[in-house]
Design a binder for this molecule. Sequence first.
Ligand SMILES: [Zn+2]
Ligand SMILES: [Zn+2]
Length: 183
Amino acid sequence: MASTLTVLEQNILRAKGMTEPQVKALIEAGVTARADFRTVKDAGTLCALVEGLSAEVAKAVMDWAMDEATPAAGGGGVVVDSADVVYCVHCQAKQPKDYKSGDLCGSCGKQAEPILTCFWCAASGPGRFCRACGAQFISTAELELGVLLKREGLAKDDIPARLEAMSAADKEVLWGRVRKSRR
Ligand SMILES: [Zn+2]
Ligand SMILES: [Zn+2]
């Protein structure tokens, strides 16, 4: 088996906007087959692996890499990570393989995913990423933590990962700062 991305795959990455050093950095980071993008899982992680990669390019690359089984969404819509199984938040029905963000549940007819508010630009929508600014959504319960980190100058793409990596105790400290900032 080839231990690197094929020439075609590398060309596609360049077509998506990655520079030559960024493609090299990606391969050096261990992404040597298209399947490895499943392990990378999202644009935020991809940005963390490749220095200087913009969120837009990372998203385009992940959309391509994750879109093996499903036909491209019309109009560049957000494609759900096909490795994730989506369950309806209303009736818990498992959604079909070709489910896309914003689809209605085949079982109960309601929108299967919650509508989340973006911590970065306050737009709201379904799916894992904000359609307005490309930020990865964080859970509604932690929205204010995201807003606080934004105010403190963290980069848009760093905030979801930072929150994910935090322990409950770290978050408690952060909540303390949120409460303080309200006064
Ligand atoms: Zn349902
Ligand atoms: Zn946004």
